[in-house]
Design a protein around this ligand. Sequence first.
Ligand code: ZN
Length: 166
Amino acid sequence: MKTRFAGFQPIRPDRLIWGQEYRHDAYKSKHKLPEPTVCPQCGAVVHEGRWQWLPRPAQAHEELCPACHRIHDECPAGFVTIGGTFFKEHRDELLHQVRNDEARAKAEHPLERIIKIEEQDDSILITTTGIHLARGIGEALHHAYKGELEFHYNEQENLLRVVWER
Ligand SMILES: [Zn+2]
């Protein structure tokens, strides 16, 4: 497979050095949010500098979280393309796994969500609000079903494209 994404460099999974901490998604946030801030869309709360699932505070500043902002703008951070004949034959099973991956990621990290699952000619494209979920979906498919896994990273904008085929 060749490079097909302008602005993206192919990258080995183990070369993605993201550190222990999830990098804060600065999408559309121009200033440091006061605490507590609550997202009026999804109810996530900023606590100790990061978005978390917490009970809604009584008095809170309201502002869309980066995930809801990305969903609203249809501006994904992660793109996962899934294709191949094996995929076609096991489509429901694989998509079920993808949904489970999302539920797990989202429970722990409110900013990691699936935006859309789109049908394409010979594949599907899953867009995500966070690059960690895109990576996680690709790695989980690879772990469970082998196949070919590729990562393409756009460092400047911190975007990740994942291609899994089998
Ligand atoms: Zn939100």
